[in-house]
Design a protein around this ligand. Structure first.
Ligand code: ADP
Ligand code: GLC
Length: 472
């Protein structure tokens, strides 16, 4: 079985968040099961592209409205990723460094999708499954079914994974002329609430759709920025499949980016060495419990709460706790965190920006990881934290609910809270402090969580079953 993943991100070639991690790991684990999986992403002018060598494997052209673009499909030569990585190079359209954030994003996404479908249509050995991820790839199942030039692809099975329904990629109906000519009777498939809605269109047209955790699927039926009813109507083809992690990349025993490697047996000393290195760099006291936040500083992640919550907690708990934040996003939240540095120099520091290597040291050196997310379809941070013996403090939502059990429950190992509020974070941190003071219990939990297996080994088989369930 040959599965082609189509994504805007794929670690280590291009990553903004968890989508990159998933697209860079699931195909590798699918290949370990004996299936053949590869990935195609847009071309980005970034370091990975410059530092790798590429073979031109296909070329073609397509129209986006009245403009003709030529494309090349480049294949990464080294094969070191564990899967074939293809890049769609479209000069004049895909010339940017990053996946998102440009004024012509809609055209970039659309051009990429047309290019991929066109490439597939010319392949002698076509994929058995085209697996699309999030709204930038959401129009592909429609194009494969209803675009005049590509209808011969309609027998190919399509899977669509919703990593986040917070972004649906809508654009005006006046732009449908940019989509290659299609069966006009099917125009309704593109639409939701008087807009072209790529996420909704994918759900309507794909053979199966998945969410990245079971709880998120249940939540989307109640709250999904206007597409709740669609999710409910199409639920017979839905599955909630919890993401896995790449256990080779996230491994405290071999991680070259941390100060000192460790395993469950050496967790206490190992974490202390990493914590010291972190505290040295960020002028924090390594004797205090260290709580970190890593992620996009946006409302969905509770980024707006951080500065107030951390200020209140540090003061109320007599400065007996330290916080370190690694993230970037809304400038208002970034500024508030920078200001907090001046107010609480001994208990708080932050790195505003994206820093892959530093993230590893934070997972390794922290005592606790805070995730006050309002929306968390899966969340990978808490899974990485567990692997490095770091105890998660999470709001009970989406994938966080599916992966973290509170210490008040039998076999619990984390701290959960119900509300994304300053007060709830404060209570959670106080509970964390109580736990931290019980050193034998801390050590017991750390040793246990490091041994959890959240690798893709299991979930890759679940996806494989899903692909097979569509066969004849
Ligand atoms: P999301 O995809 O919604 O951002 P996830 O929890 O699924 O959330 O994944 C986030 C991924 O991005 C993790 O690999 C995390 O370590 C990484 N990450 C987020 N922000 C940063 C940052 N500022 N620097 C380094 N890594 C980051
Ligand atoms: C999205 C979600 C996150 C999830 C990631 C990978 O970005 O916000 O919760 O872990 O995708 O599926």
């Amino acid at each position: 079985m040959y599965i082609l993943h189509v994504s805007a991100e794929c670690y280590p070639a291009a990553k903004v968040g968890g989508l990159g991690d998933v697209a860079g790991a699931l195909p590798k684990y699918l290949n370990k099961t004996g299936a053949t999986a590869s990935v195609v992403i847009p071309h980005y002018h970034n370091k990975f592209f410059r530092e790798h060598s590429w073979e031109n494997v296909a070329a073609g052209a397509f129209y986006l409205g009245t403009i003709e673009y030529r494309y090349n499909i480049l294949k990464e030569r080294s094969g070191m990723l564990g899967f074939d990585l293809f890049i769609a190079e479209i000069p004049g359209l895909l010339d940017e460094e990053l996946p998102y954030g440009y004024e012509n994003d809609m055209r970039r996404h659309l051009g990429f999708q047309i290019c991929v479908v066109d490439w597939i249509s010319h392949q002698p050995n076509k994929p058995d499954v085209v697996h699309c991820h999030d709204h930038p790839t959401g129009l592909i199942p429609f194009m494969m079914d209803y675009c005049n030039n590509y209808r011969h692809l309609s027998e190919i099975k399509t899977v669509f994974t919703i990593h986040s329904a917070q972004y649906q990629g809508q654009f005006g109906l006046d732009k449908t002329y940019l989509i290659p000519p299609f069966d006009e009777w099917k125009r309704g498939m593109l639409e939701w609430n008087d807009m072209v809605n790529p996420l909704a269109c994918a759900i309507k047209c794909c053979w199966r759709f998945t969410t990245v955790s079971p709880s998120y699927l249940a939540e989307l039926r109640q709250s999904a920025l206007g597409i709740e009813q669609l999710i409910t109507d199409e639920q017979q083809k839905s599955r909630g499949i919890l993401n896995g992690i790449d256990a080779d990349v996230w491994n405290a025993q071999t991680d070259e980016w941390i100060e000192q490697t460790f395993d469950a047996a050496t967790v206490t000393d190992g974490k202390m060495a990493n914590k010291r290195a972190l505290c040295d760099s960020f002028q924090l006291n390594p004797q205090l419990p260290l709580i970190v936040f890593i992620g996009r500083l946006v409302g969905d992640k509770g980024g707006d709460l951080l500065s107030d919550a951390l200020r209140q907690t540090v003061m109320r708990l007599n400065r007996e706790v330290s916080f370190l934040v690694l993230g970037s996003g809304v400038s208002e939240y970034e500024n508030a965190l920078n200001a907090l540095k001046t107010d609480l120099p001994e208990n708080f520091n932050c790195y505003i920006g994206y820093h892959e290597k530093l993230a590893h040291l934070l997972y390794a050196g922290a005592d606790f990881l805070l995730m006050p997310s309002r929306v968390e379809p899966c969340g990978l941070n808490q899974l990485y934290a567990l692997r490095y013996g770091t105890i998660p403090l999470v709001r009970s939502t989406g994938g966080l609910k599916d992966t973290v059990t509170d210490i008040a429950e039998p076999d619990g190992f984390g701290i959960r809270f119900e509300q994304a509020t300053v007060a709830s974070v404060d209570v959670a941190v106080e509970r964390a402090l109580t736990l931290y003071r019980n050193a034998p219990e801390m050590e017991k939990i750390r040793k246990r969580i490091m041994l959890f297996d959240h690798s893709w080994d299991h979930a890759a088989y679940v996806y494989l079953e899903l692909y097979r369930s569509m066969e004849g």
